[in-house]
Design a binder for this molecule. Sequence first.
Ligand code: HXC
Length: 257
Amino acid sequence: MTQVVLTETHGKVGLIRINRPEAMNALNNDVVDGIGAAIDAFEADDNIGCIVVTGNEKAFAAGADIGFMKDFDHMHAYRSDFITRNWERIKTARKPVIAAVAGFALGGGCEMAMMCDMIFAADTAKFGQPEIRLGTLPGAGGTQRLPRAVGKAKAMDMCLTARFMDAAEAEKSGLVARVIPADQLLEETLKAAAVIAGFSLPVVMMVKESVNRAFESSLNEGLLFERRAFHASFGLEDQKEGMAAFVEKRKANFRNC
Ligand code: HXC
């Protein structure tokens, strides 16, 4: 049987590939559970400092698998805890997760990309929340994360008209961190992930937690969270090493402690 989720390691970077090319990488339980298992494994691996999730050149993922869910009734969706049960493992990852998106990231695919800490897009990328065409609505965070990323006007436009947003507009609107020529997407994303993985892992985790706090709290609470994390960094050997290395004009050798 084809493995619908493939993993590789590239130095200190863990790569997760969604692998259902025949269905535009549509997300079913096997895919979502596979991504969850891969995240679990990379989180538990002390040699990994950053995770990349990608699809193929045509699709990151064209959404939840429509055939898989089309006959669900309300009670099945509710009692099986559809989405909540297994879709949000990326959200709880403590190591940074980058989505490398080429081609379609639609519906649940767009939502999964937005669960990642940042999105690097190929110039071929197309984002959308077209669920309205199917008589339903975004159910994995699209109505919440998209407005936070691109603002209410564009989020309403995308969710209500089902139009797609191309990579250039996505970058201009703040949905994606970088746009990269499609043939260099993976290489450039892995490079950026390796930069992150080369820093002190506890500091990387504190930075991620602190930035995420900006979306969960008032400014003053967020600032307090940041300040406490900043103070805590002075308890790290890596802080001593990082600052000593600067003063001694050498490269820091972080030991993740
Ligand atoms: C199941 C899908 C699929 C999907 C594509 N395929 N998207 N199968 N679920 N979401 C399948 C097609 O049925 C087809 O299979 C094959 O992939 C190739 O797709 P085509 O449509 O032939 O390709 P193309 O003409 O290039 O169009 C690509 C596309 C289109 C624009 C991405 O496939 C499309 O509109 N897909 C649906 C997008 C969508 O509505 N996403 C939201 C899903 S709802 P066969 O066997 O015919 O070759 C959702 C809910 C989120 O995500 C809520 C919580 C998660």
